[in-house]
Design a protein around this ligand. Structure first.
Ligand SMILES: Cc1ncc(COP(=O)(O)O)c(C=O)c1O
Length: 384
């Protein structure tokens, strides 16, 4: 019998977080670079921490279980996980990507990945016909790179349709699942080959640790990833692995609470006279509402919204007290971000304009504070 996801957040697939030597509830932190060998040509299963470490292995097993993956590598950041993902592709490979990806991913694609001979085009992947047309334009397309909901304009892409396109054209399907976390969405179950996470966000959950994950759907990909992982060296350190294990134990309660708050906040924002538009995939009026519902267990807690003027946007950022004006998302503390200058500052201005990342646009990561307190804080900031 497979455990429910709440149980797997705490115990992994098979109670893996229990230390059998002393019964310690906390996973031991194996703060070691290397491991002694019991004899010539023999190994305890661990040789050198760049390749593998018992604390990190526990974490990787938990994330593998949550994502329904074959294997997972834990990295020092989401970007480190993404850079390992890029190693899987030969020079000349082309990627068709969701048009409003996280800005750091766009920067990597335009710089380090481009230097390796990889190329990228961006399309509204919530439009399957446009996505297919873009694939056809580039005979060397090797993968679809999807964020759903996308960052920061919350477009929803139908992963089942992307899987069909991937099969038709022989492509890998890669999904950045950071925004919903494995608690709400499991792209591998819908056909994805690879899942990327910024573990810094919902998985870590406390805005205190950087981490990233690359999950693979099969043995062949897993072996290639393990090879590049030990070669490049983006391994998450033991103490940070421990913090991620601890964070994930409460993933289910945090995600439920954050989502509940997000519904309240989205409804409240919709009714405020200085807010001109609210983008939240949990609202039935969102164009991607039905598709998101059909492929997830929830809408998460990321809300973007437009205010009436750049002055109002500036006032909100400067006047919030409880909510912090800070980059990042997914933690217990509510954060508000100005994508134009922060997460998407490196995206070319004309692209930002086309996507609607304007000077009136704010992104809100709803935390687990009391919803009334969050509303009161936003009200005083909007109306200050
Ligand atoms: C959707 C998404 N993917 C990837 C990343 C990169 O993750 P990290 O900051 O852990 O490197 C981020 C960071 O904000 C993100 O929002």
């Amino acid at each position: 019998m497979e455990y429910g996801i709440e149980t797997r957040c705490i115990h992994g697939a098979e109670g893996v977080t229990r230390d059998h030597s002393y019964g310690s509830m906390g996973t031991p932190i194996y703060q070691t670079a290397t491991f002694s060998h019991p004899g010539m040509g023999r190994s305890t299963g661990y040789d050198y921490s760049r390749e593998s470490n018992p604390t990190r292995s526990e974490l990787e097993k938990i994330v593998t279980s949550l994502e329904g993956a074959y294997d997972t590598v834990a990295c020092t950041s989401g970007m480190a996980a993404l850079s390992i993902c890029m190693e899987l592709f030969e020079p000349g490979s082309h990627f068709v990507c969701t048009e409003d990806l996280y800005g750091g991913s766009v920067r990597m694609f335009a710089t380090t990945a481009a230097k390796k001979g990889l190329s990228f085009s961006y399309v509204n992947t919530s439009d399957p016909a446009a996505t297919e047309a873009e694939i056809k334009k580039h005979p060397n397309t090797k993968a679809l790179y999807i964020e759903t909901p996308s960052n920061p304009t919350m477009q929803v892409t139908d992963l089942r349709i992307m899987k069909k396109l991937a099969d038709t054209y022989g492509l890998k399907l890669i999904v950045d699942n950071t925004f919903l976390s494995p608690y709400f969405q499991n792209p591998i179950a819908l056909g994805a080959d690879l899942v990327v996470h910024s573990g810094t966000k919902f998985l870590g959950g406390h805005n205190d640790t950087l981490a990233g994950f690359l999950c693979s759907a099969n043995k062949e990909l897993a072996e290639q990833i393990r090879y590049y992982y030990k070669t490049v060296g983006p391994a998450l350190p033991p103490f940070d692995s421990f913090l991620l294990i601890r964070g994930i134990k409460t993933l289910s309660v945090r995600m439920e609470c954050q989502q509940k708050n997000a519904f309240r906040l989205a409804e409240w924002l919709k009714g405020h006279p200085l807010v001109t538009k609210v983008l939240y995939v949990g609202l039935a009026t969102h164009p991607g509402y039905e598709i998101n519902k059909s492929q997830t267990r929830g809408a998460g807690s990321m809300i973007s919204f437009y205010v009436d003027s750049p002055e109002t946007a500036k006032r909100v950022l400067e006047k919030v007290k409880l909510i912090s004006y800070a980059e990042s998302l997914g933690g217990v503390e509510s954060l508000i971000t100005y994508p134009m200058l922060q997460t998407h500052g490196d995206v070319p201005p004309e692209v930002r304009e086309r996507l609607g990342i304007t000077d009136c646009f704010l992104r809100f990561s709803v935390g687990i504070e009391n919803a009334d307190d969050l509303i009161a804080d936003l009200r005083q900031a909007l109306e200050a």
